[in-house]
Design a protein around this ligand. Structure first.
Ligand SMILES: [Cu+2]
Length: 338
């Protein structure tokens, strides 16, 4: 009997240490110790995806500087208190327990402290929310429409009408050496260092336009145009996914954004049959500043009107079409102004 329990104990010890060794080995072997991949998830990674746009830098700062230390501090405090109670007030060390059950001071402390912590978090949280809301003047607008199960992209300023972006099939993704289920056949292409406004909507059910490296996650709601923005600080390929469970092929509607130089962007726009909208009088070949302003302002007003109309609108068939059609029709007038 004695021998058996000893053997059992040894076996348990060996199993525990091998589990520990394996988990430490897996942890140490993860590439996350080296450099996380840019624009896509890193196998075995534990950190947030590296940032490539202002909003994501702010979100990472909020997580790493505010939330994580608070979580660790509170966990350690609770663990410490628990350990203290277990050691100091067990039956052996404290044979005659106290008889009281309430303490006003302690109750005030554990009510006020969480309130202060939450208010502290909210100050930084609201700062981040405002950063999302306060989009700098956009240089470019892309309209993204979620469909079951692909994305449609449209560039109203460049006159590029909607094209559909499907997930790349597995064999093709492997052949091109790109991540399967993240790579798409038709990416969004944007110039580097420019503020890109993304107008997000959907044609059937609710989807979500999400791309971790730029800190994007915006619901795509039928009959409503949501707005988000990013400004890529480097060229490259960035991957995201639909992030709202939208049906059986929800996992197969990736988002791929190519950030390129301005010259490459102009070439791509031309290949899509679009034209580069002049943004300043010097750049405008034959267009005046007033015409340019009229074109962009007209687009912005239509979008604002559509966004303002959506929240209070009763979702009937008629109102459902209004917000989605407004941004597409108004910017179409812009090329005519040239
Ligand atoms: Cu979806």
């Amino acid at each position: 009997m004695e021998l058996g329990s000893n053997a059992l104990r040894t076996a348990r010890g060996a199993a525990a240490s091998s589990v520990l060794a394996v988990s430490l080995g897996v942890f140490a072997a993860t590439p996350s110790w080296a450099q996380d991949l840019m624009g896509q998830p890193t196998p075995g990674g534990i950190d947030l995806q590296p940032a490539a746009s202002p909003l994501k830098y702010e979100a990472i700062w909020f997580h790493n500087v505010i939330l994580l230390p608070m979580c660790i501090g509170i966990s350690l405090l609770v663990l410490g208190l628990l350990g203290w109670i277990v050691i100091r007030y067990n039956k052996k060390s404290n044979p005659t327990p106290a008889r009281w059950s309430h303490n006003t001071l302690i109750e005030v402390i554990w009510t006020v402290m969480p309130v202060l912590i939450l208010v502290g978090i909210s100050l930084f949280s609201f700062r981040l929310l405002f950063a999302y809301h306060d989009m700098p003047t956009p240089d470019l607008t892309v309209k993204a429409t979620g469909n079951q199960w692909n994305w449609g992209y449209e560039y109203p300023d460049q006159g590029i009408s909607e094209y559909i972006s499907n997930m790349l099939p597995e064999d093709e993704a492997k052949a091109r050496n790109v991540p399967y289920r993240l790579a798409a056949d038709e990416p969004i292409v944007v110039p580097v260092g420019k503020t890109v406004r993304v107008l997000v909507t959907a044609s059937d059910v609710i989807h979500a336009f999400a791309l971790p490296a730029f800190g994007l996650k915006t619901d795509a709601v039928p009959g409503r145009v949501n707005e988000t923005w990013f400004r890529a600080d480097r060229t490259g390929v960035f991957y995201g996914q639909c992030s709202e469970l939208c049906g059986v092929d929800h996992a197969f509607m990736p988002i791929e954004i190519h950030v390129v130089t301005e010259a490459q962007f102009a070439t791509w726009v031309a290949s899509k049959g679009g034209t580069m909208t002049p943004k300043s009088p010097e750049q405008a070949p034959g267009g005046t500043a007033a015409q340019v302003a009229a074109g962009t302002d007209g687009a912005a007003t239509a979008v604002d009107a559509a966004a303002a109309a959506a929240p209070g609108a009763i979702p009937t068939a008629q109102t459902a079409t209004t917000p989605t059609s407004a941004p597409t029709t108004a910017p179409a007038a812009a090329p005519a102004a040239q």
